[in-house]
Design a protein around this ligand. Structure first.
Ligand code: SF4
Ligand code: SF4
Length: 173
């Protein structure tokens, strides 16, 4: 199975080859300027089978999943879903992760959601610091945010936490 076929199989919607490179996705992407390959280029690379370069690129980790590209695409290519798929493939295949500490950040975010069903910033920050080993870099900013009431020590919890945990167990996260 080619790289393109593997990506299409996981997206399971509009196939990537439907893209005709009009660049409307890239023109609207808020992260394109700091990506090493913009969304349109990543699609081209997937079409060309450049698996290693794509899975080891920073781009797939810099995508903010905002879906602006999806709403702009005249061919309904789901670029945000494709980026998700590429991240999954990079993790599963043991690819070199180009963005420092991004996996630890994702894991901390998910642990926080699993705990209370909603984002718990202090918990997430502690988990991230422990996982990344980057203990002191944001201490001053964290204290400042706490003093301004932007960080609460009270943990927000969703009413039906079992529904959230059910999602995690079904996706084996
Ligand atoms: S907007 Fe759609 S068709 Fe145009 S380059 Fe992006 S993915 Fe391809
Ligand atoms: S979903 Fe990702 S690729 Fe698409 S516009 Fe947002 S940041 Fe850019």
């Amino acid at each position: 199975m080619t790289f393109l076929e593997k990506v299409n199989e996981r997206i399971n919607e509009v196939p990537i080859q439907r893209c005709y490179h009009c660049r409307k996705c890239t023109a609207g992407c808020p992260m394109a300027e700091i990506m090493e390959y913009n969304p349109n280029k990543i699609i081209k690379m997937v079409q060309l089978g450049m698996e290693k370069a794509v899975l080891e690129s920073k781009t797939i980790w810099l995508c903010a999943s905002c879906e602006t590209c999806v709403t702009r695409c005249p061919n309904e290519v789901d670029i945000a879903r494709m980026m998700d798929v590429l991240r999954e493939m990079a993790l599963e295949g043991g690819s070199r992760i180009a963005e420092k500490n991004v996996v630890q950040f994702h894991e901390s975010f998910l642990s926080s959601i699993k705990f209370g069903g909603r984002i718990n910033e202090p918990l997430m920050m502690v988990l991230y610091k422990l996982k990344s080993g980057d203990l002191f870099s944001d201490v001053v900013m964290g204290v400042g945010m706490f003093l301004k009431g932007k960080l609460s020590l009270v943990s927000p919890r969703t009413k039906d936490i079992s529904a959230v945990r059910n999602i995690f167990s079904k996706t084996k996260s």
